[in-house]
Ligand binder design. Structure first.
Ligand code: PMP
Length: 360
């Protein structure tokens, strides 16, 4: 007879993992404005769609494993050498890869909280111990002095999310400089710049400049947000060559599909870039309009440099999210803490402003 109780045990860290809860997807039926996943609300540009269609005709072949053409284009786009660039299946995959490349069992990974939901999961899967540092009280900003103070001889990695998801502020160049001066040079600092293109704060650091002066800094960037390719999963890391090679070594082979590489390359063409950056500019304009509208309603908000706004709603969070959904607006609730609302097209933003007014 079969032993009914037999099962393969999961690693302890894995059975204890918090679930990654994605932003809600719009279902069939009633029209919904999807403001739950910080996506670019605009459909792909014709030039990108054409590249996708062309690439689709070749999917019987494996993709270029190291995405050489795309790596070259991203290096040129970012102003670094090709040895510094690694592409991955979304920047979230690169985060896992780099932790798997540098973290030994029991090493400490310091990161702010609340921040991006994938951090505690990637940290646990790597075998490291998560050390979370609360955000600055009331502002939604990273508390970099407290993060520096949390570093011990066991610390291997520090994650710096700027702008911070889900609260919105970007770190400032001066405070980052002071922080980096306090971090040992063999501790990796991952500067997660997923929302880079939306930043307009003149005090925000130039990531490339920071990377050039600090070889222990790795930049994490993505084509999911400003470039509108969330569904195709393309992210990239900018790292010193040995670290970049380590990330490649632990990556899943052929992790970025042929279609995704082609779409990413098309997105980086100068003409497409200028159209995409015009979309970003429109979204930044909408962000200003939404924030001013909300402040006009009496809301006190964290300063957002990303394509979303954050509402500290505490125990009202789930109820408010359900009300928004009933009004046709999908937002991203974090139970017991708050709601993150992406900046969408003007119509979606108007729909959300109406919902927010009803909460006052
Ligand atoms: N970093 C941050 C801070 C994010 O908010 C996100 C997306 N939610 C990512 C990384 C991952 O983006 P992707 O895997 O789509 O590149």
């Amino acid at each position: 007879t079969l032993v009914e109780e037999a099962f393969v045990p999961l690693r302890q860290a894995v059975s204890a993992l918090p679930a990654y809860v994605p932003g809600a997807r719009a279902g069939a039926g009633a029209p919904m404005w999807k403001l739950s996943s910080n996506e670019n609300p605009y459909s792909p540009l014709p030039s990108v769609l054409a590249a996708i269609t062309r690439a689709a005709a070749e999917v019987n072949r494996y993709p270029d494993m190291y995405a050489e053409e795309l790596v070259g284009a991203l290096a040129a786009h970012s102003g670094v050498a090709v040895e510094n660039v690694v592409v991955g299946n979304g920047s979230v995959a690169l985060l896992s890869h780099v932790l798997n490349a540098v973290v030994e069992h029991g090493d400490e990974i310091v990161f702010p909280w609340r921040s991006f939901e994938a951090y505690p999961i990637a940290a646990a899967v790597s075998g490291g111990n998560a050390v979370t540092v609360p955000l600055e009280e009331g502002t939604g900003r990273l508390d970099l002095p407290a993060m520096a103070a949390a570093i011990t001889p066991r610390t291997r990695v520090v994650l710096v999310c700027s702008p911070n998801n889900p609260t919105g502020p970007a770190v400032h160049a001066g405070e980052l400089e002071t922080f980096l001066a306090a971090v040992p040079k063999d501790v990796l600092v991952v500067l997660d710049e997923a929302y880079l293109e939306f930043v307009r704060d003149p005090e925000a650091p130039d990531g490339i400049d920071v990377f050039r002066r600090n070889p222990n800094v790795m930049l994490l960037r993505t084509l999911s947000k400003a470039h509108g390719l969330a569904g195709l999963r393309v992210g990239y890391a900018i790292a010193e060559p040995r670290l970049a090679a380590g990330i490649r070594a632990v990556s899943t082979p052929f992790g970025v599909s042929h279609v995704a590489q082609a779409a990413a390359l098309a997105s980086l063409e100068p003409a497409t870039q200028s159209q995409l950056m015009a979309q970003v500019e429109a979204l930044v304009g909408e962000r200003t309009r939404v924030v001013e509208g909300l402040r006009g309603q009496g809301w006190v908000l964290a300063e957002t440099q990303a394509n979303f706004v954050w509402f500290d709603l505490g125990e009202q969070t789930l109820e408010r999210a359900a009300e928004a959904k009933a009004a046709g607006v999908l937002v991203r609730p974090f139970a017991g803490h708050g709601i993150r609302v992406s900046i969408g097209d003007p119509e979606a933003n108007d729909a959300f402003l109406k919902v927010a007014a009803s909460w006052r």
